[in-house]
Design a protein around this ligand. Structure first.
Ligand code: TXA
Ligand code: MG
Length: 346
């Protein structure tokens, strides 16, 4: 079935001080069952009233998202999380007090009243309070919990600007609240609190080391895909192949240079996403991100760089991986998915 073409309202706001008029407009749309994309500190979300089955169903249609991949419910304060989840364990309260608002999503038992479609049939619900003034103002004005996946077409790189949202979803959603570029650029950490011990389902901005300071030790890593449906699908991928070179700093530079030469010889017009120090030396178009041990810098740029290099006319993207500590775990997780198996370990 052809999706109905909508006029997508573009509401531009100041990220720190969003205008009440724009917020009221977007909140009214959300309450009426419309889809409204909004900024968070991580990436843009595609929001709908989490208590409205019809609105939530439309999120899956607009993104082309598989119905078995559940959504995160966004709340404006910890008290609202109590109305979404059926009972919070003590550890959830400790984690909320330490990391909310912020990039930590908690998987908890689901409470009645939230659309079952949000949880894709699971008895659990994922909840987070984003650290962004426009997102919080929107949710307070709407007065409803907001189900929101990242606001990209399914499988594409997550959007870190209003322009990215419009590139993927213009004509498919009612509005985008555009506050410019997201500060962090990598999606939230997803932590499951419904098992005997906390399990990390997706690494993100709150690192395993951060969590250990509250939990007493690092969370277990969920193995297999049953617990984390989102990890089953290819993700974050631009339309051209991504090659990830990972390992020790020196060797990454040599291997990336050899790979660039080889791809160029095959007529593939490679471009590079690499450290400021190295990327200029490859002799091909490049986006740079700072240093090998600066995962935060790569995280902020990653999705925009993948989209920009795809648009640049390059035929392939060679990425220099970063050190896999702290935030580097989340960044390398996303890069491996974007590469979909084209990973060179050195
Ligand atoms: O930073 C973020 O988390 C962004 C912003 C918009 O908040 N949202 C985001 O949503 O990345 P999405 O839908 O792209 O990713 C949500 C992840 C998926 O891997 C999904 O499978 C998982 O969270 N998830 C959601 N609900 C779950 C549940 N009840 N149990 C296990 N995993 C769940
Ligand atoms: Mg996503």
């Amino acid at each position: 079935m052809e999706a109905k073409i909508l006029e997508t309202l573009h509401l531009e706001v100041d990220p720190r001080n969003p205008s009440p008029g724009a917020i009221a407009k977007a909140a009214g749309l959300l309450r009426s069952g419309a889809l409204v994309a909004f900024p968070t500190e991580t990436v843009y979300g595609l929001g709908a009233n989490a208590r409205d089955d019809g609105a939530v169903r439309r999120i899956f249609a607009a993104k082309g998202r598989p119905a078995d991949n559940p959504l995160i419910v966004h709340v404006a304060d910890p008290a609202e999380a109590e109305r979404v989840a059926a009972g919070l364990p003590e550890v959830a309260r400790l984690l909320m007090a330490r990391f909310w608002p912020g990039p930590l999503t908690l998987v908890l038992p689901r409470r009645e009243g939230i659309s079952a479609l949000v949880s894709a049939g699971l008895p659990t619900v994922a909840v987070r309070m984003p650290d962004h003034a426009a997102a919080l103002a929107l949710m307070r004005a709407a007065g409803v919990p907001v189900a929101a996946p990242s606001a990209n077409l399914s499988g594409r790189p997550s959007p870190t600007s209003g322009a990215h949202v419009l590139a993927d979803l213009a004509g498919r959603i009612e509005a985008v609240l555009d506050a410019g570029t997201c500060g962090q650029g990598i999606e939230s950490t997803v932590l499951d609190l419904t098992a005997d011990t906390p399990h990390l389902l997706r690494p993100g901005g709150v690192t395993a080391e951060d969590l250990a300071r509250v939990l007493g030790r690092e969370p277990a890593c969920a193995s297999g895909s049953a617990k984390s449906p989102g990890t089953r699908y290819r993700h974050y991928a631009p339309a051209i192949p991504v090659y990830l070179v990972e390992g020790d700093e020196e060797r990454v530079r040599e291997a990336a240079r050899d790979l660039v030469r080889e791809l160029a010889a095959r007529g593939l017009s490679p471009a590079v996403l690499g450290t400021a120090e190295n990327a200029a030396c490859y002799g091909v178009p490049a986006v740079t991100y700072g240093a090998w041990n600066d995962a935060a810098a790569l995280g902020r740029r990653l999705y925009a760089a993948l989209r920009d290099l795809e648009q640049s006319g390059a035929g392939a993207i060679v990425v220099e991986g970063v050190a896999e500590t702290g935030l580097g775990r989340a960044v390398m997780d996303r890069l491996r998915r974007a590469a979909g198996g084209r990973v060179i370990r050195v």
